[in-house]
Write a protein that binds this ligand. Sequence first.
Ligand code: ADP
Length: 547
Amino acid sequence: MLGLMQSQPLLISSLIEFAERHHGDAEIVSRRVEGDIHRYTYRDLAARARRLANALDDLKLQFSDRVATLAWNGYRHMEMYFGVSGSGRVLHTVNPRLHPDQIAWIINHAEDQVMCFDATFLPLVQAVHARCPTVKKWVALCDADKLPADTGIPGLTSYEAWIGAQSSDYAWPEFDENSASSMCYTSGTTGNPKAALYSHRSTTLHAYAAALPDVMCLSARDSVLPVVPMFHVNAWGIPYSAALTGCKLVFPGPAMDGKSIYELIEAEKVSYAAGVPTVWQMMLGHMKPAGLKFSTLRRTVIGGSACPPAMIHAFKEDYGVEVLHAWGMTEMSPLGTLCTLKNKHLVMSKDEQMKILQKQGRAIYGVDMKIVGGDGNELPWDGKTYGDLLVKGPWIVGSYFKGEGGDPLVRDAQGRGWFPTGDVATIDADGFMQITDRSKDVIKSGGEWISSIDIENIAMAHPAIAMAACVGMPHPKWDERPIVAVVKRPGTEVTREELLAFYEGKTAKWQIPDDVVFVDAIPIGATGKMLKTKLREQLKDYKLPGL
Ligand code: ADP
């Protein structure tokens, strides 16, 4: 017997329709590439997304055709999120920080038909456009009078002229909720990038889940600033969850430096922000010397790489901001776990709570996770045993676009497919997962594993250290030994010996790094994470002390 409730597909268009009808006057504020501040509402957004849908129809784009963006976080990008997917096409957000050769490769692989880009990326588009034969329309995300001249890009149109010529009357089509809605390529540190192809169903379910109180906890009372880029895993799903909750949205555009972000938070009374640790590092670095405080910011979700406990502590104690540590990946839309306390933890001391809050957190309903050993058998949830982390759920990839890389899933005894995350983790009895390392970054010393994240977190707790990266170096007896590369905070001093002494009592003696290497900067990749592959290259002539 089937249930007798109405059957309605979960479509991205329903999110914008809802926002328009129930939160029509909620604000969307964007810092534009031009530098000025733009303001409008969800009602305006919805109307312009419909104009865009008409423009795509005019181009005779078919269902599931790909429309690409090279764009910052801003209102026009948001219109593309809804106009492209809502009309049945697939939004392909391209990461502009990738190498031009990789960008050309991705555009060709996705067979993008339209490319819409912010003026900032004009040189990039000029470098790749001749290599992208599938693209039949190039659109600059700007006003008609700002359209750059003599670009060499055939038929370049301004977005405003393009959608301005269209009607805002448009009926969003209804189709199968499993249809593709958007795609995102993984940065692919080795081999060619592979694309996660999200569906309307996976995206709307993820949007529901992300808004939950123990997840991102978004509401119509919030003013939300996603610093995490819309070109990387849909800005962690915030654009969709924002439409679902009707929160005020604040987009930083291209100004991602600490000063600009801080000023925007204050000016727009932001209560909630989201970004990777390196971004917050910059912001706190700007605020601390100037003695600045937040007047409205209450919560910030930090993920994408491990958030150092020292940062969680600084946000809470110095600025009164609660950090929600999040873990996920491109293949997971991206949210997998978030770290919030349970009722029974509320009676604990601050220090005990902090130990929990630095973990990557609990699984969100919709994500199932387990850790397995080399034999594929599940390992206990004791908070100590570590193993390969596997996940499954309705917003986790089943396979990659065009079947690249074959079947990525690992089957269990019941034949259910689990996605191997490439992370090594522990899970405690309360279900809190903690990442030990990327499996490729784990340091193997004398048959034991050392967590590079633990070593980095300790260094980051030292007042003179701005950034730390731990890598394993070959050792004839121990296989590998850890060293830590550090960047000092401006105006501070610390010696190698002082930093090594700082480790004493904080970790087992054999896990203390063999050496400290002072560097000017640690290489950062396209998604704001430390690039350890590059760091290892830079240290290729390095020799451990005494060898
Ligand atoms: P890419 O794989 O292209 O670098 P992703 O954003 O998909 O981009 O990266 C996912 C990986 O980032 C995870 O598998 C994990 O290793 C790391 N990661 C994400 N969030 C965290 C976190 N909170 N703590 C530690 N590692 C994290």
